[in-house]
Design a protein around this ligand. Structure first.
Ligand code: 6XA
Ligand code: ZN
Length: 345
């Protein structure tokens, strides 16, 4: 299967994040993508670079105001005399105004974000934009008739909404790719997010849409990040009613129950009849992941890939989370190999 990758991801290298009130080294680090690339190369997968794109396909998913903010953020932070990464410290929660953009840079940082785990750094914009180009290049392969492609994106994307960043994500790579598939003529696209964390950004972007089915299997938000979205009763609204499905599972759930959820989600993909499938692929479902609590083991990713291949759809995998760096490459390779060996590509 075609793999798209760029080493521009390394330009985004956060130093610290807040984790349960403590400043700790970022879990989301360049070594993650480097490890995946090494594993893919070792097993002989063809790796290509991204094409260039203007902002238009990214603006189909994100607001111009938000993208302008991201693009200029580092320069404005530097102009305040700052050298370390930018992190927000105030947010406009319930009852505050979101329609007026404050002039103050830190206030804007809060307007456009939702956590303290996602440092904005000197190279964040370049890396995030390059990741979107990786996803769009992989999308073009699918639109051009490829059976499958893997976008090795970093920073990840599925927590980023139309106008906010968080959860290590700035641009929602999978959403940008799904929208591009629609814009290239697909009547319906299914997204099946298998990362440990609920894809809140993707859900919010497509929540009122009937042409993009969004499903996510994840740790129950009552105890797991991102906490405030991802419950089973969130099924879409307006025209999108019935086109959003969540499968929250308790932290510590068995692998058997995870695959039961996958089976239910695949059944809904089949019934929806999409032209293509987008899979935000996080491997933080791995039993050894340092920040997550499911129990999938290495061979389980082969089974995941094989199950997705059985849907017989053009399939675009987009890399998301996974923090057990020593095993991350093997787990991603297994998902893609499982797909290929089951006749997927
Ligand atoms: C912040 C946890 C962010 C989780 C990011 C992730 N404390 N999302 O892996 O899929
Ligand atoms: Zn995750």
């Amino acid at each position: 299967m075609d793999v798209i990758y760029t080493d521009r991801h390394r330009l985004h290298r956060g130093e610290f994040e807040f984790f349960a009130g403590e400043l700790v080294p970022c879990y989301e680090k360049p070594e993650r993508a480097d490890a995946v690339l090494a594993a893919l190369t070792a097993c002989g997968m063809a790796v290509g670079g991204p094409e260039s794109f203007c902002l238009a396909p990214i603006e189909r998913v994100h607001t111009p105001r938000y993208l302008r903010f991201l693009e200029s953020a580092w320069q404005r932070w530097r102009a305040l005399g700052k050298e370390r990464d930018a992190l927000p410290d105030v947010w406009p929660i319930r009852g505050f105004r979101h329609d007026i953009e404050p002039d103050d840079f830190v206030a804007q940082l809060g307007l456009y974000s939702f956590d303290t785990a996602t440092p904005l750094t000197a190279g964040t914009w370049t890396a995030a934009r390059a990741a979107a180009e990786v996803a769009l290049t992989a999308q073009r392969r699918i639109a051009g008739g490829a059976r499958a492609a893997f976008a090795l994106t970093r920073p990840p994307g599925h927590h980023a909404g139309a106008d906010f960043f968080g959860g290590y994500c700035f641009i929602n790579n999978a959403a940008v790719a799904a929208q591009a598939l629609i814009d290239d003529g697909a009547r319906r696209v299914a997204i099946l997010d298998v990362d440990y964390h609920h894809g809140n950004g993707t859900q919010s972007i497509f929540y009122e849409r009937a042409d993009v089915l969004v499903q996510s299997i994840h740790g129950d938000p009552k105890t797991e990040y991102p906490y405030y979205l991802g419950h089973a009763d969130e099924t879409g609204s307006g025209a999108g009613t019935g086109f959003n499905r969540n499968y929250p599972l308790p932290a510590g759930s068995s692998t058997a129950s995870w695959f039961d959820a996958l089976e239910a989600a695949c059944g809904r993909v089949r019934d929806f009849g999409p032209a293509a499938l987008v899979v935000p692929l996080g491997v933080d479902t791995y039993v050894g992941d340092p920040i997550s609590r499911f129990r999938l083991d290495r061979p389980d990713y082969l089974r995941l890939g094989a199950r997705l291949a059985a849907l017989r759809l053009p399939t675009l995998f987009v890399f998301e989370g996974g923090y057990a760096v020593a095993e991350i490459g093997e787990n991603v390779v297994n998902a893609l190999r499982g797909f290929e060996e089951a006749g997927g590509a």
